[in-house]
Write a protein that binds this ligand. Structure first.
Ligand code: FAD
Ligand code: 2HG
Ligand code: ZN
Length: 492
């Protein structure tokens, strides 16, 4: 229910924003005219699962504009939602009700790059792939890569603390973000745009904004520590007979490939079958296997690394840890092998809908949630081959190197009966194994009511105090329902 303490937008408000932004093209005004169609892409999330009713989108170009917008909204009790590339998977990037959407798309400038240290200063609205291509021309790489790179923005990445495909190699954004500029809900500009690796002078406040999903401020600029791009990248794609063997393969990969290992991804048989069915392409290996792993190496000597990877493959196949495997021969093959992994997320929604769970579970138990959930759905009579069953199957895949599984329940249609079988079962399952109900996608709207499965009362209380400190106008957030509000001035 919309909290009536928040104001309804009027033409007077719109006139103020027009004045601040200086041009009609810097906003979409659905208050003075009907602009529902133009605003739709900002109101609806990537999965078409969450839809708000915003009537205004503002697109600031500078930190000062963000500051003026937030101060005004705070004073006038207008709820807002920051939006990056709108690729988030938990319904956090779109309005719940009629919040003003603050799109960061125009704050996309690359400001500076230090070719010696590798520190990159850029606007939060810069698209991840654009930043990475800029770095590639200079022999560097962005320390984060994910399937949505063509649309997501670095500010959105930091706001969600995105993990992605190479966290194993480059670590979390908590380590790579050297500096940050952010605007607080009352318009205060927090300038901590440090470009140095070391700065132990009191609390490291920027860390609070990493993964805060825009709840305590809007990130406007970032300084990122970028590593040297590896001149030699190789990829192997493995077919594996059991999850037990996938774990052995991971251990062997760490041991034998050590410093050149840059990704270790797991895909189950059904995930690959669905990619095959949706795209119609020939699968990389001839036989069908219950599990596949994608291994990437990044090093400095192509021949040496290739040889090392081939030797590894020979060894693990000799020991029957791996049943079959292939090593990419060129950049095109590398891209095509990666596509078998990166397309699962999109393909899983191809049959009508998908329930997504992004969980951390200790590695030994990581995959067992998939057969458990499958069994429950089958017992409830909801899973089957034909159209009369809502569920087509559960796929499990993800960043095995980080103990992060993506459980996608692929459905032909959304169905309350399916939801009742899945929730809270999945969350209880995770809690019992001391896992996390959100490994890398955040809480957003989808998971915020389940935070208690991964955080205790003391921690939630401390989080509320932080929210209260940074955003007193929308606090206190009522307990027990909404421990964290996604919006600065929360209508929920
Ligand atoms: P949005 O979706 O626009 O916003 C996400 C959240 O951040 C919202 O709560 C929003 O309010 C807030 N926000 C956005 N910008 C700012 C800002 N400047 N300041 C403050 N708050 C802000 N995620 C992973 O972690 N790993 C993956 O491997 C991965 N792969 C993906 C693959 C696909 C195909 C897709 C569609 C998504 C994937 N994601 C993944 C999820 C998503 O891409 C990431 O969460 C991404 O980091 C979101 O960035 P964005 O710019 O699209 O942010
Ligand atoms: C991935 O690793 C993303 O592909 C998306 O994090 C996962 O869609 C998902 O569930
Ligand atoms: Zn992921």
């Amino acid at each position: 229910k919309r909290d009536e303490k928040f104001a309804q937008l009027t033409e007077e408000h719109v006139a103020y924003f027009r004045d601040v932004l200086g041009s009609e093209s810097a906003m979409i005004d659905g208050v003075s005219r009907d602009a529902a169609d133009d605003i739709l892409m900002f109101n609806e999330d990537w999965m078409h699962k969450y839809r708000g009713q915003a009537r205004l989108v503002v697109k600031p170009k500078s930190t000062e504009e963000v500051s003026k917008i937030l101060k005004y909204c705070n004073d006038k009790l207008l709820a807002v939602v920051p939006q990056g590339g709108n690729t988030g998977l938990v319904g956090g990037s779109v309005p719940v009700f009629d919040e003003v959407v603050i799109s960061m798309a125009r704050m996309n400038e690359i400001e500076s790059f230090d070719e010696v240290s590798g520190s990159l200063v850029l606007g939060a609205g810069c698209v991840l792939e654009v930043a990475d291509q800029y770095l590639a021309q200079r022999g560097y790489i962005f320390p984060l890569d994910l399937g949505a790179k063509g649309s997501c923005q670095v500010g959105g990445n930091v706001a969600t603390n995105a993990g992605g495909l190479r966290l194993l190699r480059y670590g979390s954004l908590h380590g790579s973000v050297l500096g940050m500029e952010a605007v607080l809900p009352d318009g205060t500009i927090m300038n901590d745009l440090c470009t140095l690796r070391k700065n132990n002078t009191g609390y490291d406040l920027k860390q609070l904004f990493i993964g805060a999903e825009g709840t305590i401020g809007i990130i406007t600029k970032l300084c990122i520590q970028c590593p040297q791009r590896s001149p030699a990248v190789n990829v192997a794609f493995l077919g594996i007979e059991s999850y037990e063997k996938a774990q052995q393969a991971f251990r062997e990969a760490k041991g034998q490939l050590s410093e050149i290992l840059s990704a270790f991804e797991l895909m189950d048989g059904l995930s690959q079958e669905l990619v095959h069915r949706a795209k119609g392409e020939t699968m990389p290996l001839e036989g069908q296997f219950p599990f596949y792993c994608l291994i990437e190496t990044s090093g400095s000597n192509s021949d040496h690394d290739y040889e090392k990877l081939e030797k590894f493959l020979e060894d693990v196949m000799g020991k029957e840890v791996v049943a079959d495997g292939v090593v990419a021969q060129d950049a095109t093959q590398i891209k095509s092998l990666w596509a078998w992994r990166e397309s699962i997320s999109e393909v899983s929604a191809h049959w009508g809908g998908v329930y997504k769970y992004d969980v951390s579970i200790p590695l030994t138990d990581m995959y067992s949630i998939v057969p458990d959930v499958n069994e429950r759905l089958a017992e409830a009579g909801l899973l089957g081959e034909s159209d009369e069953f809502p569920v087509l199957g559960c796929v499990g895949y993800g960043h095995m190197g980080d103990s992060n599984l993506h459980l996608n329940v692929v459905v032909r249609r959304y169905d309350k009966a399916v939801e009742r079988v899945l929730e809270p079962y999945v969350y209880e399952w995770i809690e019992k194994r001391k896992g996390s109900i959100s490994a890398e996608h955040g809480l957003g709207l989808a998971k915020k009511n389940y935070i208690r499965y991964s955080r205790n009362d003391t921690m939630i209380g401390l989080m509320q105090q932080i929210k209260q400190l940074y955003d007193p106008v929308s606090s206190p957030v009522p307990l027990p329902v909404v421990p964290l509000s996604r919006c600065f001035i929360s209508p929920t």
